[in-house]
Design a protein around this ligand. Structure first.
Ligand code: KIV
Length: 293
């Protein structure tokens, strides 16, 4: 864990420019999801570059079956908690399904809502098919992160969770999408479950950073869902997830010990309780006696 003497704490807020320069300097970009004040604050103190308030919050925090159910109001609540916990990392809000597909003006209005609660950029899933929306949000002055490859909001409706870029048609489409997004002004692109070969071609053919999830090591940065890498969310475990901790086991054990301590009156003990002074207690007893209570 990085401590306060580490130079990372002397750095200012990570900006769009910093992220783009990191690609040029071949410095890898670390990205994690965050959905609440406390964990966002820990990730920020550890020095993560970007915190993504992903729509995965719908599954991980609210137990929805897919990312499609989470709505604007719920996402804004997650974003405002994260923004209060973070001093250095850039905060990116995932625009939920339905918040940018209906009209360009609605997409802009929703993107602005995320900026108002303290986010610094928004992420949208899609390539050429959403290019006008991306351009309009960028024109408003809001930095946009693209997201291609497996797009949980739409790809899974038709195909399920499938690796992308395995065929000539799929690979070329991804490369065209990445190019179009770069031209539209996005500052970086998430590549989700793209074959490492196609991801490598994309990374070498665009000047903005790519952030991979299940897309190999050529990407300029990596993102993982925090609850996956900490071993908290156990419903699905994709192959690309590396477990850095087994937090659900720790929570389970701690909660089991707590229950047993409560049942056996081991908790609370002297360390956890408060006292009335003997003099005040005597007064209370005396008064009770006088009032015959
Ligand atoms: O919602 C999310 O967490 C994401 C990442 C997996 C990139 O979009």
């Amino acid at each position: 864990m990085q401590d306060k003497d580490n130079s990372i704490f002397n750095r200012k807020r990570v900006s769009v420019k910093d992220i783009v320069i990191m690609k040029q300097k071949l410095e890898k970009i670390s990205v994690l999801t965050a959905y609440d004040y406390s964990t966002a604050s820990i990730c920020d103190r550890a020095g993560v570059d970007i915190l993504l308030v992903g729509d995965s919050a719908g599954m991980v925090m609210l137990g929805y079956p897919t990312t499609n159910q989470v709505n604007m109001e719920e996402m804004l609540t997650f974003c405002s908690g994260v923004s209060r916990g973070v001093k250095r990392a850039m905060i990116i809000a995932d625009m939920p399904f339905g918040s940018y597909q209906i009209s360009t003006s609605e997409a802009i209005a929703n993107a602005i809502k995320f900026i108002k609660v303290g986010c610094h950029a928004v992420k949208l899933e899609g390539g050429i098919e959403i290019i006008d929306t991306v351009k309009a949000i960028v024109k408003t002055g809001i930095p946009v992160m693209g997201h291609i490859g497996l797009k949980p909001q739409t790809t899974i409706l038709s195909e399920g969770y499938r690796l992308q870029g395995k065929t000539k048609i799929s690979g070329l489409k991804l490369i065209e999408d990445a190019k179009a997004l770069e031209e539209a002004g996005v500052f970086s692109i998430v590549l989700e479950m793209v074959t490492s070969e196609v991801a490598d071609i994309i990374c070498k053919n665009i000047s903005i950073p790519t952030i991979g999830i299940g897309s190999g090591s050529s990407c300029d940065g990596q993102v993982l869902v925090l609850h996956d890498m900490l071993g908290i969310y156990e419903d699905i475990k994709p192959k690309f997830v590396k477990r850095y901790a087994e937090v659900s086991k720790s929570i389970f054990e701690a909660v089991s010990v707590y229950i047993s301590d409560v049942k056996s009156s081991k908790f609370p003990d002297e360390e956890n309780i408060f006292h009335t002074s003997p003099a005040e207690l005597e007064q209370i007893r005396k008064t009770l006696k006088e009032k015959k209570i």
